[in-house]
Ligand binder design. Structure first.
Ligand SMILES: C[S@@+](CC[C@H](N)C(=O)[O-])C[C@H]1O[C@@H](n2cnc3c(N)ncnc32)[C@H](O)[C@@H]1O
Length: 239
C-alpha cells in the first residue's frame, strides 16, 4: 500500500511524534508551562537549554553532540538536503543553533561536492556548546558566537541563514522570522528553515510561515525511514 495513503493508527501516533522530534516528551511540558503563562520566554529558553545541553555534551560522537542519534550515513540522509536550499553562488552561511559545529563542517563539505562554496559561521545559545564548537573547529572559532538568536544583531549579515522555527516559543515564531530577515539575513539572501521532520502529506511549517506573511520561495524533501515522515526544508527570500 502507498505509505502516503495509510492513516496512522492510534498506536502509531507516539511513534510518529518520536520520529518527528527527538526529545519531544521532555519539551512538551515546557511549552505547556509557557502557554499557561507560568514561565516567560526567557525562562522557556533556559528550560529548553536545560533539557538539551547536557544531553548533547554527553554525546560520544559529533552527531550526538548536535542532537542526532544516527550514524554518519543517517546524518547525511537527514541533513544534506540543506544543500538544495543554499544560494547557487554560495557565500556566507550562518548556522543558528550550531551546537558543536558539526553541521558547519558537514554542510561545507556537501556543498563543495555540489560545486557550491560556503563560508560557515555559527551562533549558539548554550555557552558550553559554543565553546565545544570553537574547540572542535578552531579555524572558525572567531566566527562562532554565543547568543540567543531571537534579538541578536550580528556584526554583519549573511547570504544564507539556517534555523528551526522551534527555537522560540510558538507565539513568537513570526516575530523571530521578521527579526532574522531584518537583522541577520543579507538583502537578497536566504533564510533557510530546516531540516524539520513532518508527515509527508502535511505542510504545517510552511502553513505557519504563510500565516505570518512569509511564502516559501523553495522547498526540498527526502524520505525518512518512517514511511509517513519526510525530512523537509524550505527557504524564504529576503527582499
Ligand atoms: C538540534 S540542534 C541543531 C544542530 C545543527 N545545527 C543541526 O541542524 O543539526 C539545535 C541547537 O540550537 C540551539 N538553539 C536553540 N534555540 C536557540 C536560539 N534561540 N538561539 C541560538 N541557538 C539556539 C540549541 O542549543 C541546540 O544546540
Amino acid at each position: 500500500m502507498d505509505p502516503s495513503k495509510r492513516r496512522p493508527a492510534s498506536h502509531d501516533v507516539e511513534d510518529i511524534a518520536s520520529a518527528k522530534e527527538r526529545g519531544w516528551r521532555d519539551l512538551a511540558p515546557i511549552d505547556d508551562a509557557y502557554r499557561a503563562g507560568d514561565i516567560t520566554a526567557t525562562e522557556w529558553h533556559a528550560a529548553v537549554r536545560g533539557v538539551i545541553e547536557q544531553a548533547y555534551l554527553n554525546g560520544d560522537n559529533p552527531r550526538a553532540q548536535s542532537g542526532h542519534s544516527g550514524d554518519e550515513s543517517r546524518w547525511r540522509e537527514a541533513r544534506s538536503l540543506l544543500v538544495d536550499l543554499l544560494p547557487p553562488h554560495g557565500g556566507t552561511f550562518l548556522d543558528i543553533g550550531c551546537a558543536n559545529g558539526h553541521l558547519m563542517e558537514s554542510l561545507t563539505d556537501w556543498a563543495a561536492e555540489a560545486g557550491i562554496t560556503i563560508e560557515p559561521y555559527g551562533v549558539e545559545i548554550s555557552p558550553a556548546l559554543a565553546d565545544l564548537a570553537r574547540t572542535r573547529c578552531p579555524q572558525w572559532a572567531h566566527r562562532i558566537w554565543t547568543a540567543n538568536a531571537m534579538g541578536w544583531k550580528p556584526p554583519h549579515r549573511f547570504d544564507a541563514v539556517r534555523t528551526g522555527v522551534d527555537y522560540v516559543p510558538a507565539d513568537l515564531r513570526g516575530a523571530y522570522v521578521a527579526h532574522l530577515l531584518d537583522h541577520v539575513v543579507a538583502p537578497g539572501g536566504r533564510l533557510i528553515i530546516g531540516v524539520y521532520n513532518e508527515e509527508r502529506d502535511q505542510r504545517t511549517t510552511a502553513d505557519l510561515l504563510r500565516s505570518c506573511g512569509y511564502a516559501p520561495a523553495g522547498t526540498t524533501t527526502r524520505d525518512h525511514r518512517h514511511p509517513e515522515i519526510q525530512y523537509k526544508g524550505l527557504w524564504l527570500a529576503n527582499a
